[in-house]
Write a protein that binds this ligand. Structure first.
Ligand code: FE2
Length: 296
């Protein structure tokens, strides 16, 4: 039994206006303000994929893994309980807030992540009304996108997601001082990646969330927009060695990055695990290299 996809992410944000500008102007996400001061962000047919909560400090409040069926959800809950994890049913209020049919929650101990498992999200037939003109996002059975964390003990964290939530290894990339394991739970090349601690990133820190456009032009227009508006770029446009995603990375107002990608390849039935020695085929340079003159 496996989770089906990354369903949603809930963020405490210290600067709501900055987040709404960023999400709407750059990524075209549709803001849906709630009466409690939080703002839901819609990106596809789901009621929302992100909820932003006004807060004193930025933090990832929780994430939601979608399970395809009610039977599958309860089977995962029982498996976690049998392994000694404290799993509790979400309140009726929380289920309504998340717009899901059923929801259970637990504290994932390796990344320290408040984790929700759900099925039956509210789908909406009203088309996306994007914050800027975009073609839209490649979601559906592939889920929201992918999410990448550092872990204090990456081996233990990877084992948890494989043994408890049913992920499978896609591949590994080991380069410089970094060691990353890429994991899939559907045809998306990876929905979760777990890295070692490096630079300022400690165990449990969120590195980035990837949103995949349906059209490369959506990414290209956004690349111009972030540079024109002066948003801090984490990695310039490039193409990844493992999932072939063509993307760039921009820091969100919370500090972690959004990767805006297109053209990621999918996992097929005869997938074979590889180990790569660099994350990019080309590009994905840190901005300090921007504008460097060609060698004479
Ligand atoms: Fe990524």
């Amino acid at each position: 039994m496996s989770v089906a996809s990354l369903g949603y992410a809930n963020l405490d944000v210290a600067d709501m206006p900055a987040w709404l500008r960023f999400a709407g102007d750059i990524f075209g996400l549709q803001a849906k303000p709630r009466e409690d001061g939080a703002v839901d962000l819609k990106m596809d047919e789901y009621h929302h994929r992100f909820s932003l909560y006004p807060a004193a400090t930025n933090r990832l409040r929780s994430i939601g893994w979608e399970v395809a069926t009610p039977e599958g959800l309860l089977a995962l809950v029982e498996k976690l309980k049998a392994a000694g994890h404290k799993v509790t049913e979400g309140s009726a209020e929380l289920k309504a807030e998340r717009r899901v049919r059923d929801l259970w929650r637990f504290h994932e101990p390796h990344l320290g992540l408040e984790t929700e498992l759900f099925y039956g999200p509210s789908a909406c037939n009203i088309p996306l009304n994007p914050g800027r003109p975009i073609t839209g996002y490649n979601t559906g059975k592939l889920g929201l996108g992918h999410i990448v964390f550092s872990a204090a003990d990456p081996r233990a964290a990877v084992a948890f997601y494989i043994d408890m939530l049913g992920f499978r290894v896609s591949d590994y990339i080991i380069w410089e001082d970094k060691d990353a394991t890429f994991l899939h739970c559907n045809a998306r090349h990876h929905t979760l990646a777990i890295m070692n601690e490096f630079g300022p990133l400690k165990g449990g820190d969120l590195n980035h969330i990837m949103l995949e456009a349906r059209d490369f032009n959506d990414v290209g227009y956004a690349y111009d927009l972030v540079r024109d508006a002066g948003y801090p770029i984490m990695l310039e446009m490039g193409k990844h060695s493992n999932d072939h995603m063509q993307s760039f990375y921009v820091h969100t107002p919370s500090g972690f990055a959004f990767e805006y990608g297109f053209g990621g390849r999918t996992i097929d039935d005869d997938w074979q695990v590889r180990t790569y020695d660099q994350p990019m085929l080309f590009g994905h340079r840190q901005p300090k290299s921007a504008g460097q003159e060609l060698p004479a």
